[in-house]
Design a protein around this ligand. Sequence first.
Ligand code: ATP
Ligand code: MG
Length: 268
Amino acid sequence: MAGMKIPPEHPRAKSLLIRERLVEYYNQGVVAASGLIAHGRGETFDYLLGETTTKPALKSMESAVAMLLTAEKPVISVNGNTAALVAQDIVRLARVVGAGIEVNLFYRSLNRELAIKKLLEKAGAAEVLGVGENASARIPELNSERRRVDPRGILIADVVLVPLEDGDRTEALIKMKKKVIAIDLNPLSRTAQAATITVVDNIVRATPKIVEIARKLEKQNREKLDKIVMNFDNQRNLASSIMLMKSNLSTIGEKGLYPAREGGGNGF
Ligand code: ATP
Ligand code: MG
């Protein structure tokens, strides 16, 4: 089973364990086949980040937490990959910031929805929105099954946290005047570019960190939280992540990948 054949000193051990986990959940019907491909696209960008949580990512997380804490009706949208990788932290985060949890899939199937719901409940979720007939409302201008939402959740939410979102849907949510917080390793994706706040990091690292920040900020007053949100510039933050990737690449170009390795990350 998971991890059996991967020696811990393998330079890609962590990433291989995550792959195994996704395959396991794919076999259980939680993750979609396209979810495996989407993960691979994310991994490419994680390589360029140095597989680490960067300063710009931390800044965006702080602002995301402040936005969630000051929201009236925050909702966390969960797909198969998110449930497979970070179900427990999603439940923790929802509790700290008072958010609803809604299942939202690109490829809807009742079986997958139920499998994700079960996983989230096992992780401690009291209520999971958006499953089966509960996803009875529609987001305008979207053709995929992803437009189906829960009238008690995303439809009436003011802030939606969407780890691993699709660009079309992010744009549709923004058109509906919702604030969108995305977690996406690719700073160039339409999701990353269209979101109100983009956290350029792996959900595996970002989600527990966001919970930690939420526990720190939850006692802050409204004025301080509003200031954090106001002072955040997503385009500038995205540019910082892109510049970091560029400079990591230049370093590798000059020195090579392996001589630079100092245990941890992939050598940046
Ligand atoms: P968009 O639709 O936003 O233009 P896309 O079509 O390139 O993006 P999708 O397949 O719609 O990509 O969504 C997958 C996105 O999720 C990718 O941008 C990928 O970088 C990101 N992703 C995959 N796995 C992770 C992960 N573990 N952590 C963070 N981001 C991830
Ligand atoms: Mg897409």
